[in-house]
Design a protein around this ligand. Structure first.
Ligand code: AMP
Ligand code: GLY
Length: 432
């Protein structure tokens, strides 16, 4: 089976490691030096649907798997599917759930999916007036409507900060993506990532839940410092009970699947729901139309299925709603980041890569004369699974000295707060 995998980061390397099998011919675009060790790489521009489709027309892959959201929002899946080639990845119309915060908010409201109260603003004076009369409490959450490389959400703790952020957005801080702004009431609680494979088309509507994970977005331990793309994740959450999963299925997942159907949207991939478990129960922060990074690195440790076959089922509209086969383990992925991340990233630093007893996933590396070098903010992930979270954390601790370089940044507390919560006998209803 020839598979074209779109992307180049840690998420894609984790997918590639799972897809790789003797019968799989893996091509990554644009790929990376690490992905090149699992197959071949082609330098395609993922923002150009015609270019990706032209390559597919010539090379006829059996399956295209989209990693990031940008190609989906740009319409790559539409263009490739039009050739009759199965794509794991949503149409541009469905990708608006991630590509436009106002579209997503309207979808949530229309389908009675619990979420923060929100207002969409396209006018400077109207937004300033909204901030001055804000009645939902602080922080005021401001979201650039369009894709802003993960930097388009600001939690403003004062009126002055909200005004300054809003004016910068409207002045085009993220181009047209920030000239429409969604204001939201703050949600307080515990954040988690829920991934759902969705295969929805007309009368056919199937889905399969993946285990709930938790990401750690701040750069420093104890959730301090600036936001990053994610410094580590683990899953499943040890204190989430079966009834909690059922609750999310009932109030978030099923209305989403029904909503896609009733809006005439096609689902052919994964939806990653950003969830805040509040005192009122689970509420939806956002939709992503792709796998999370580093959540994917966790999920691939747990999934006990043939990934290529599973993604092809979704891509061909043959998914049967079911419980996925999973290892009865807890998995963890810890990010090793470059010096200066997230403000910048010191590149070209030689990496010492011993032989750790965990999975090494490449996110931002390149290879020169046989030596791996740092080449991005998030450089490597160490991932593993074990019978419980404490054992999984210990396995990563044991591996950390083996994989290092000057300036390496790593959070040693991935999963620690959740472990404490579980050991204290608390549930998701208790304060986080
Ligand atoms: P989003 O891209 O919408 O998920 O926002 C990025 C991050 O901002 C989320 O992962 C949350 O940590 C935070 N966030 C977004 N919306 C809210 C909200 N309404 N209340 C509190 N935090 C939020
Ligand atoms: N880990 C968060 C994300 O992928 O958006």
């Amino acid at each position: 089976m020839k598979i074209l995998l779109l992307g180049s980061g840690g998420r894609e390397h984790a997918l590639a490691l799972k897809l790789k099998a003797p019968a799989v011919d893996l091509v990554s675009a644009p790929g990376s030096d690490a992905l090149a060790e699992l197959g071949t790489c082609v330098p395609l521009n993922l923002e150009d649907p015609a270019a990706v489709a032209a390559w597919c027309a010539r090379n006829r892959p059996d399956l295209v798997v989209a990693g990031p959201e940008v190609p989906l929002v740009a319409g790559v899946a539409d263009a490739v599917r039009a050739l009759g080639i199965p794509v794991f990845g949503h149409d541009a119309a469905t990708a608006r759930l991630e590509g436009s915060k106002s579209f997503a908010k309207a979808f949530m409201m229309r389908h009675a999916i619990p979420c923060a109260a929100g207002h969409t603003v396209t006018d400077l004076a109207a937004g300033e007036a909204l901030i001055r009369s804000w009645s939902h409490g602080f922080p005021i959450v401001l979201k650039a409507d369009g894709l802003a490389a993960g930097k388009g959400v600001v939690l403003a703790t004062t009126e002055a900060e909200a005004l300054a952020t809003f004016r910068a957005f409207m002045a085009g801080q993220f181009g047209d993506a920030s000239r429409t702004v969604v204001f939201e009431a703050p949600l307080v609680g515990m954040e988690l990532s829920l991934h759902v494979l969705v295969d929805v088309d007309g009368e056919h509507a199937s889905y399969a839940l993946l285990p709930a994970c938790q990401d750690h977005k701040r750069i420093f331990e104890g959730d301090q410092g600036p936001n990053t793309g994610g410094m580590g994740a683990f899953g499943p959450l040890p204190f989430l009970r079966p009834q909690d999963i059922e609750c999310m299925r009932t109030v978030l997942v099923e209305p989403t699947v029904k909503g896609l159907r009733s809006d005439g949207l096609v689902g052919r991939g994964v939806l990653f729901l950003g969830v805040m478990w509040t005192a009122r129960g689970p509420e939806l922060l956002e939709y992503n139309v792709r796998f999370g990074d580093p959540e994917t690195q966790v999920l691939m440790q747990l999934l006990d299925e043939d990934l290529a076959a599973l993604l092809l089922e979704v891509a061909q509209g043959r998914l049967v709603s079911r419980e996925l086969k999973l290892k009865p383990h807890t998995a963890i992925a810890v990010v090793l980041a470059a010096e200066d991340y997230p403000e910048g990233a010191r590149k070209g630093v030689p990496i010492t890569l011993g032989s750790p007893a965990v999975t090494v996933i490449h996110a931002g590396t390149r290879k020169e004369n046989g030596q791996w070098l740092t080449n991005g903010g998030r450089v490597l992930n160490l991932a593993t699974s074990a019978p419980d979270l404490a054992a999984a954390r210990a396995a990563i601790e044991a591996a950390l000295p083996q994989v290092t370089w000057p300036g390496r940044q790593v959070r040693r507390d991935i999963g620690l707060k959740a472990l404490g919560h579980a050991l204290a006998g608390r549930t998701v209803q208790d304060p986080w």
